[in-house]
Design a protein. Structure first.
Length: 275
């Protein structure tokens, strides 16, 4: 049975979600391309719920799940979130950025989702609400695999939380595809680093489109800590990247190519973040 609902409040949305198998819809940039002649079953349009959009917070930053990529790109955020804003400007074309949302991008759980590596580098958490209450999950615990998340059928992703402790330093996002824009990534990288007295005091690196889910690189992060900006490139070897990623082969690239590409992208992103 096809049905469409556009609730005005989160409580109404959760009540509907708990009463049947509804498909949440935010920007629709993933749902609409997959349609044939009609909407897929029972569609729950979230765009009228005001509390699901916007960025707020003086310590931790709260990004509403229905915040669009265009809104993110234009927001006044600290330099640590620059990678996320750079990624926002690379999600599809301008029309997609105006409609697509950060929450929809995460729930779609594509291994090549541009927003995921910057969020991993920011230690992002997701907030999930249901008739049973609210819970938060670290992003790696939410993204279980390609098109798979930990969201229960009666839950909505309501916000992405960026903890204050991760909003230090500078960051950068770099991606590689078959062309510059409107392309699925072969590899993408986000780097967030802090400098103290000329040395790297903290590092967070994440790589997407190379594994079943985007991954942090803790071994390389640890190797970078304590190095000078000039010597940072030495810690990012292809062997270390390959160990961290276990890269995949697919129609876009071989595992070997992805290892090499990710290594070069990491060096570029780290150099840019340190500026």
């Amino acid at each position: 049975m096809n049905a469409f609902a556009r609730p005005q409040t989160l409580q109404d949305a959760l009540s509907l979600l708990g009463s049947g198998r509804w498909q949440p819809l935010a920007g629709g940039t993933d749902i609409y391309p997959g349609m044939r002649q009609s909407l897929p079953g029972q569609v729950l349009d979230l765009t009228a719920i005001k509390g699901l959009s916007g960025i707020s917070g003086s310590d931790d930053l709260r990004i509403g799940a229905c915040t669009t990529w265009s809104e993110l790109a234009k927001a006044k955020l600290p330099p640590a979130a620059r990678a996320l804003q750079q990624a926002a400007l690379m999600v599809g074309g301008r029309q997609i950025q105006n409609a697509g949302t950060i929450g929809g991008n995460l729930c779609n759980a594509s291994p090549a989702a541009d927003g995921v590596p910057p969020l991993l580098a920011l230690d992002a958490r997701v907030e999930l609400a249901s008739p049973r209450g609210t819970r938060q999950l670290a992003l790696p615990d939410f993204l279980l695999g390609p098109r798979r998340t930990a969201r229960a059928p009666d839950e909505l992703l309501t916000a992405v939380i960026l903890p204050a402790a991760s909003l230090d330093g500078g960051s950068a996002f770099v991606k590689l595809g078959a062309r510059a824009y409107l392309v699925i990534s072969i590899a993408m990288v986000a780097a967030r680093l802090s400098l103290r007295d000329g040395q790297i005091s903290a590092a967070a690196l994440a790589v997407g489109a190379c594994s079943a889910t985007a991954r942090r690189l803790p071994e390389i992060e640890a190797a970078l800590t304590g190095l000078s900006a000039a010597s940072a490139g030495e810690a990012m070897t292809e062997a270390a990247v390959a160990r961290a990623l276990s890269p995949i082969d697919d129609v876009r690239a071989t595992a070997s190519y992805r290892t090499s590409a990710a290594t070069h992208l990491l060096r570029r992103a780290v150099a840019e973040a340190l500026q």
